[in-house]
Design a protein. Sequence first.
Length: 416
Amino acid sequence: MEPGDHLFRRESGRMVATLTRIFGVHNLALAEDVVQDAFCRALEVWKFRGVPENPSAWLMTTAKNRALDVLRRERTARTFAPELGRLLESEWTLAPAVEEIFAPQAIQDDQLRMMFSCCHPRLPEEAQVALMLHILCGFSVAEVAAAFVSGHAAMEKRISRAKKVLAGSKKLFDIADSQDFAARLPSVLRALYLLFNEGYHGASPESAVRAELCREAMRLAALLRQHPLAATPATFALSALMSLHAARLPARLDSSGELRSLFDQDRSRWDAHLVEEGQKLLDLSASGPELTEYHVEASIAWVHANAPRAEDTDWGMIVSLYDKLLTIRPSPVVALNRAIAVAQREGPERGLEEIRAIANSDRLAGYPFYHAALGEFEFRAGRQDAAREHFRAALALARNPTERSFLRRKSLAAAR
């Protein structure tokens, strides 16, 4: 992606959120049109004058001026944000009201309002994440579709339906309402968790790792932490989990672009600053009695981050933490990860026993790393033929070239 595209994507969410605060959620399409106009204007002007010293401020000013033009031209023809009322009707108060909404703190608050609005209780989780990516992160429909391995037309319909749900609420979520805020916060955290995971080990057909999705999830989580009502132990724990996982991103692919498992990664390439940041955030998450899945997952990531080598990992602690996670949010994938940890501690036969004991394991049938784990443990137990069969099954389910290459190497190793 070119630097200009990256800038536009980064600024898009800030501008749409602020303009939606002025125009009202029912005029979301108008806010998006004004942002598109600002981007087109930038491309025209910057081509001849060069990129300004502060392109973000330039874009915001352009969007603000365009918003004033729209308000003056259409204030008798359409209704705008109901909570702004008469401020938008009088020329004396119009410009000062818009100026105030474009203040830095107001822009930040509007992004939070939009984040919470995207997590409307009537929307399924995937639609919430898709809206966040599209509206707050500036991803095109095609990019959102790629993130969810969905067809363009299907994703366009999903986003359109979700926007209609938003439009029905007439205004952005009120982040000053502590009761509603607390009720919707778990959905916001879950959406950010899913967004990060989609980047870290999602099912994209192009790449096994999409750091830009991880970065967007971390940016929105940082925004969330700055609001007093959102600075909860769960928010800090989720942020810690993101930092500790993101620290490993530089080593997930080697210099030739090959996927590396946690056991084979060059740990000298892990980002020490992010590990340190994750540790601080994890400490902050321990400020109350609440224990969430994010606390446990962050603790697992912390144990890995503090092991100089894979063989130095405290696998007993990892198994214990997975036991805890299974009581909070049981799932076949969590059970599979626990089984892998048991195998590291007690050997491949025990790992195979644990995998075969997983409840609802049929839900893992389409997951390549379920078959890869079976293949790995059969190989370690000396049963090459069984290992090859499992690795072939894993290879047939690989979701992108990086995974395919990784699993092919495993399969070839078992064939020797």
